[in-house]
Design a protein around this ligand. Sequence first.
Ligand code: COA
Ligand code: AMP
Length: 632
Amino acid sequence: MGGMTDGAYAAAYEQSISDPNAFWGAAATGIEWMTPPPVVLDDSRPPFYRWFTGGTLNTCFNALDRHVRDGRGDQVALYYDSPVTGVTSSYTYAALLAEVARCAGALRSLGVGKGDRVVVYMPMIPEAVITMLACARLGAIHSVVFGGFAPAELAARIEDATPKVIVSASCGIEPSRVIPYKPFLDGAIERSSHKPERCIILQRPQVEAEMGPCDVDWVEIMATAEPADCVEVAATDPLYILYTSGTTGRPKGIVRDNGGHAVALTWSMSNIYGIGPGDVWFTASDVGWVVGHSYIVYAPLLVGATTIVYEGKPVGTPDASAFWRIIGTYGAKAMFTAPTAYRAIKKEDPDAVLRAGHDLSGLETVFLAGERLDPDTYEWASEILGIPIVDNWWQTETGWPIAANLRGLDPMPIKPGSPSVSVPGYNVQVLDEMGAQVPAGVEGAIAIKLPLPPGTLPTLWQDDDRYVASYLSVYDGYYLTGDGGLIDADGYVYVMGRTDDVLNVAGHRLSTGSIEAALAGHHDVAECAVIGVADDFKGQVPRGLVVLKAGVDAETQGERIRRELIQRVRDEVGAVASLRQVDIVAALPKTRSGKILRKTMREMADGKVPSVPGTIEDVSVLDALQGVLRPE
Ligand code: COA
Ligand code: AMP
């Protein structure tokens, strides 16, 4: 490491890599165990490393019960602020514990126990958090599905997780419209070969869900539920499954364990984010994403802080002052969101005049993650707020930052365009195609030398083979992040973007495969490809290229087909995957073995010099696409 990163960080980092047992053994004292772990790093079955084998605990106990026991019962644990419904409320630690224990009792009365799966399909309301923690209390495994996903995506997750119970609400609320969830849920269950035994439905006043024979009303079941106690689970037992998009249409079930997760998140809150007991912390994301799991729900509660559940957008609810109002009203010490949210505010209120009148004096730091933080957005946010704007890079798979500026442990200079340095525990390296480490400053594939630290995925849900094939098979002994980038001479990591076909649209991770499956299902489509093209606001937007079946006339039918395709993607995948553009083309460029050259097309659409593999089947197909794909 160079001179910019000497000090507490350098010492912690060095120890985390050279002596992970000592480093994580010490970090493990930050949580309360039922049986302290006899083992820190369990490397008995590589490449399946486990942490804290033999230890037992309960994550919900660590997030709620022990804080109440230790005198934090009257402190607010959760503020709920929903400009889309006009509702605000708050829960003290004692009140949240009571609700969670009751919800756990309700789930138990439906037969949910340790190891059973519960799918949660809910908007940003406290009941989503309550359900997650109730599952953790019972040792049941929650799988939260983002409310913006349509039936096909929800069905794929139900099929894979095989939940005993699904917990949902009657609707979600977008600024422009109310979205009834029940028809989506019923549609998804109908498509899935696995059927849950019961669904608990929270009726919201905006839309009443029609209840079926297996449905149970949230209010009714909660009213009579007996509070349930914490169930002892193994450190290595799963806490949750969170599905994320890979390159194929089938989502990957990222598994999170209980012990490593609680230890890593607790460590991250103080050392990376500088947040401790009693601090107010505002993460504007969604419980359906990993940022929501880790930094709306678990991490703030594990450390006894106050979390804010915000149901709304950064703009339009009612205007671009939403974040400033929340920060001022609740006295947030730090906030966390995706860069696209700041770009949305910048677009609406470029001079940040709406900041006036809101007391931001308590705000010390803004953390941004989920997509690349472009230097323009970084500069703008720094200027209007006058505090550190801190990028951090991670993935659903890791659950907490891989690279960050460790504001709690050892704040370091910020370099725009970089999420700063490798976080202790992550041996981040940049490799060339042969798997050799490249010199500082040279771009390559970003990989992490095994073992990954606690809190990261131990495997994919019931699919060890896919875990190995997806992440561990390219470079022996390394986890492949799927991102390309470089590390400079000071140890600062620069993340340039995905090297595979995973899309990142407005901080939402989407799969080209599932959008393609929606397009391919249209009766006039012979072949299709989806690429992510650069967009100033959303980072990337999906664009579809389709080849029509013989006999379908693009001239006369094209407009209708395009319209139908855009609608199909919204109906099948969800509005978050909305195609910006669909082009009807004569043929798609492929290799001789039939692999579609998405990367080459993406480079053309972004105005870059396309990389054309030697194995291309027919160069003239690419030439014909020049006119379609080249930006004006
Ligand atoms: N349920 C249902 N629909 C949803 C939804 C949800 N939870 N979230 C988004 N949608 C819909 C939107 O209403 C929109 O529909 P429309 O095309 O009919 O208008 C569509 O999906 C696209 O949404 P989005 O890409 O979010 O664009 P937007 O203009 O509504 O909002 C931002 C833009 C930047 C404000 C928003 O994307 C945002 O806050 N992003 C941050 C993402 C994030 O938190 N990521 C997690 C990592 S931190
Ligand atoms: P997700 O799993 O939804 O969190 O998405 C993970 C992907 O988002 C990463 O693989 C990156 O491509 C991208 N990403 C997340 N955070 C950053 C960041 N700070 N800088 C650059 N890319 C990021």
